[in-house]
Design a protein around this ligand. Sequence first.
Ligand SMILES: Cc1cc2nc3c(=O)[nH]c(=O)nc-3n(C[C@H](O)[C@H](O)[C@H](O)COP(=O)(O)OP(=O)(O)OC[C@H]3O[C@@H](n4cnc5c(N)ncnc54)[C@H](O)[C@@H]3O)c2cc1C
Length: 382
Amino acid sequence: MTNVIKAPASSAAGRAAAKKELPEHFRAYKHVWVFVEQERGEVHPVSWELMGAGRRLADKLKVDLAAVVIGPEGEAARNAALQSFSYGANLVYLVADQVLADYRNEAYTKALTDLVNSYKPEILLLGATTLGRDLAGSVATTLLTGLTADCTELDVDSDGSLAATRPTFGGSLLCTIYTLNYRPQMATVRPRVMPMPECIARDPGRIILHSLDLIEADIVSKVLSFVPDRDSSISSLAYADVVVAGGLGLGSVENFELVRQLAAVLGAEHGCSRPLVQKGWVTSDRQIGQTGKTIRPKLYIAAGISGAIQHRVGVEGADLIIAINTDKNAPIFDFAHIGVVTDAVRLLPALAAAFQARLSPRLRDRVVSHDFRGAPQRRRGP
Ligand SMILES: Cc1cc2nc3c(=O)[nH]c(=O)nc-3n(C[C@H](O)[C@H](O)[C@H](O)COP(=O)(O)OP(=O)(O)OC[C@H]3O[C@@H](n4cnc5c(N)ncnc54)[C@H](O)[C@@H]3O)c2cc1C
């Protein structure tokens, strides 16, 4: 890197000492890019969350923020490109081709690596979704650059390097990883880790069309049919406004039903800590935390959950955390906004009954009650 300014802290001094000069051919790499993930016309919201993070990095570096849209020709790709401006992009790179209709690693890797090699971004961010993880890994290995996966914080340090922070050692420590001698610096971030930026109507900026030098016959994998995941619409935990979750403190799978009941009364999603998934009490799509979902609800009620660091990292973005625990020294009380030291098995039904009585008949009519074993059932109004 041309302008290494200083190494302020001792840890940074160690890092700076280890840093070699950025090779000449990487010095042209500038600007921050966000891959806008879209499938079947739907943009994944993590793309807009990353646009907010990318905007902050670009402003610090005084460079442009670009959105990268890859997909089939048509309105969906164009809409995604135009929407990117509303979330803060200065320009959009668009690769639209029919061979990109369904996600296939070879085609998308070629599209993205060709773009990087042509326009040379210094930072490239992708969502840590199933698609994003698959694509990021193959793009990083094709470009022979570094990739920091599942970041919880992104920043730019004093010499302009991307400081990508993520949990390590089973989540007990956070480490900040730098890609000092290669470009672009790549990172993935899971949905809901970054706040959603405001969507502000702006005049569209430049859209740079890039053609894909690939034909169907060049692609080994073929999509024979598309079968949507039967369960994919069941849990919208990550994007719920209210979440009620239970942990081992509930003592039995039967008591976990109390969590579901309170969630149903509040029109909330239910979640759990990891041991409940390991015991087979709750399905894995309901796990909250480092190896589960990250949530950012307005209200999070945690019952019988100790608040281990691996759980905490998944819920810290909640506006209001109410913890119910029998142990007044439980770690969850270190970060909960309201703590109730009591038996959750007794409090949960009392809360459900109290909320039920206070909810307006209109809201009660809108609340959906989930029967654990069957399809969701609409709760009847009074
Ligand atoms: C690599 C790795 C990844 C992990 N990822 C995750 C993850 O994504 N999500 C996650 O949650 N965990 C994760 N864990 C596990 C994590 O470290 C903890 O073990 C787990 O979160 C503890 O779950 P818990 O709070 O339900 O149980 P416990 O730690 O056993 O806590 C139970 C709590 O309930 C309280 N209690 C007991 N009885 C009652 C009662 N009647 N009413 C109210 N409170 C009561 C107790 O005081 C206690 O605080 C991970 C661990 C590792 C190593």
